[in-house]
Design a protein around this ligand. Structure first.
Ligand code: GTP
Ligand code: MG
Length: 317
């Protein structure tokens, strides 16, 4: 089989319908998702032998052009197109180097009530603002896995910014996902919407909730991580192709009975961490304020900003 013809998973040499199904079932339904994987992880997640997985990965890489080089000039040009989306709080924008970046995944993690959903809603409204006002002048897609999207909040936040609430609501596309499988499929759906509408922000609230509920026990961990990884790869790709900000929320593991593990650790561990370029840990501060901590960013110092969640939305603390 000629490698030039490899376009979808089924085209990979050695992949028949049965293997393709195993790959797809584990969430590896694109060449990118396979090509960015390590053989052991792919093997664990799909039950396919490690040697075969190595071959599939190598072929997928070639076909999807993964690992090819760009010149510094090309990278500079790409970097110049990165947009910065205001969070509504100046101190926090500064912490992020100007705001939430397009072409990257930004993760908000923290306990229940820490404000993750409020950030998603605020960033959604702000995306509609023109670029001169810190927005992205575009529309929004939200994959809502916990049924926490609240139009009332969008209305309050819009009014506070002198935006027409009806217009704002008409430009926020909300997809309710009832399980992790639907959640993953919805990224494709959003890609379709993005062909017609200028989607400049895609949020997944929550990224890990459904996975956490569905994959219980140690034996299923590799499978879960494989799927989360594939999902994140698709999200990153969406951000890249559409010059959109990608925002995901993540809870922390808070099992008080667990002697091992840090209760302030985000779910999904390294898999989520490696793909999120910006990770923000939210926690409650004094007098209803929230402390936003930027965690392991490659080019920004680890630091904190204080914000308030008000009727009008997120503001400086
Ligand atoms: P989980 O999804 O349960 O993990 O929580 P979360 O991190 O998404 O928390 P969420 O963003 O839902 O934050 C809820 C908190 O935001 C509430 O406890 C309030 O403190 C605050 N909040 C929400 N709406 C309003 C509002 O209209 N006015 C004010 N002042 N605060 C609000
Ligand atoms: Mg929430």
């Amino acid at each position: 089989m000629s490698e030039a013809k490899v376009k979808v998973v089924e085209d990979l040499p050695g992949v028949g319908p049965a293997i393709a199904e195993k790959l797809r079932d584990a969430g590896y339904d694109t060449l990118e998702a396979i090509g960015t994987q390590a053989p052991g992880t792919l093997s664990d997640a799909t039950g396919i032998g490690k040697e075969s997985c190595s071959k599939f990965i190598a072929e997928a890489r070639k076909a999807a052009n993964i690992g090819s080089f760009l010149t510094g000039t090309e990278l500079m040009e790409k970097r110049a197109t990165v947009g910065k989306l205001t969070t509504g709080a100046e101190a926090f924008n500064e912490l992020l180097g100007g705001g939430v970046e397009t072409q990257s995944i930004t993760e908000f993690y923290g306990q229940y009530g820490s404000g993750k959903t409020q950030f998603v809603l605020q960033l959604a409204v702000n995306t509609l603002l023109p670029v001169e006002q810190g927005g992205l002048g575009g529309e929004v897609a939200i994959i809502d896995t916990e049924n926490t999207f609240r139009p009332e909040r969008i209305i309050s936040m819009s009014k506070a910014l002198d935006l027409d609430p009806d217009e704002v609501l008409s430009k926020i596309h909300v997809g309710r996902a009832y399980n992790s499988h639907q959640q993953m499929l919805m990224v494709e759906k959003v890609s379709e919407i993005a062909k017609e509408r200028p989607i400049k922000m895609l949020a997944v609230d929550s990224l890990t909730g459904a996975f956490r509920a569905e994959y219980i026990g140690r034996g299923t961990l590799a499978d879960r991580q494989g799927k989360i990884n594939a999902h994140m790869t698709e999200l990153a790709r969406f951000g890249d192709l559409n010059n959109a900000a990608v925002v995901v929320t993540n809870q922390v593991s808070s099992n008080p009975a667990a002697f091992f593990g840090d209760p302030t650790k985000p779910i999904g561990g390294n898999i989520v961490g490696h793909t999120s370029k910006f990770r923000v840990y939210l926690r409650r501060g004094k007098a209803g304020k929230r402390v936003c901590r930027l965690v392991d960013s490659p080019h920004l110092p680890e630091n904190e900003a204080l914000v308030s969640i008000t009727e009008d939305g997120i503001r400086d603390g």
